[in-house]
Write a protein that binds this ligand. Sequence first.
Ligand SMILES: [Zn+2]
Length: 254
Amino acid sequence: MTTRQTYTTNAINLKSYPLKESDKIIVMYSRDKGIIHAVAKGIKKPKSSLGARMEAFIANNLLLSKGRNLDVVSQAETLNSFGDTRKDLDKIFYSMYLTEVVNNFGVENDPCAADTYDTLYNALKAIACATEKKDVLLTVLKFQLKIMHISGFSPEFNTCLKCGCKVDSNAYFLINEGGIICENCINDSRGKLVIHNKIREFLNYLAQADYSAVTDYETKATEKVCEVCFNLLKKCIEQHSARKIRTTEILAAI
Ligand SMILES: [Zn+2]
């Protein structure tokens, strides 16, 4: 008889698919390996000890057994269930958006696994702790910018994509190209997205800011400004995403 090889890792649940009567395949983002798919056996049975631990965006410390095709979750110890998120619809949807973005950009044996895991974990934690919607949005904006940075497509908010000059006034943002062009370089401004200088500076600041930062930018930002920025960054992320991001359709409807 051969003993199955096992390994442990910290992972956040992203998604699940039904498998057989009582099993599910869980897609998770692990701190060591990036995306992993594993079978949670008997999870649909009422007495399953894994059931609650395998719900969306819960972080677990896992013991997995290597399988021929898919690994199997042998044990799960919850590190954080982000309980305060589960009582608030906005928090739930934005947390779902975060996990969907990670699911779309994460890969197996991801070289950026630790960075991506920490970015997601800390954002989920900050959302759970937030006391108002503006704080949820500020966290999501920082997450969007961090994920774009990790994935290698940070938007350019400082210099004009055409002439390379340093921009310190209102500019135009080109979603397709992921950056700004200055007022001198724009031939036809029709249908172009104007980015106000203050928004440009705000996004530049957020790209460097920690989730726990509380500066004038966080204090003075309004929910409306955060929503405008969220939609801008959401479009930039969608440009690079192979799959459609569905949570944003739900967000737009609420
Ligand atoms: Zn220019």
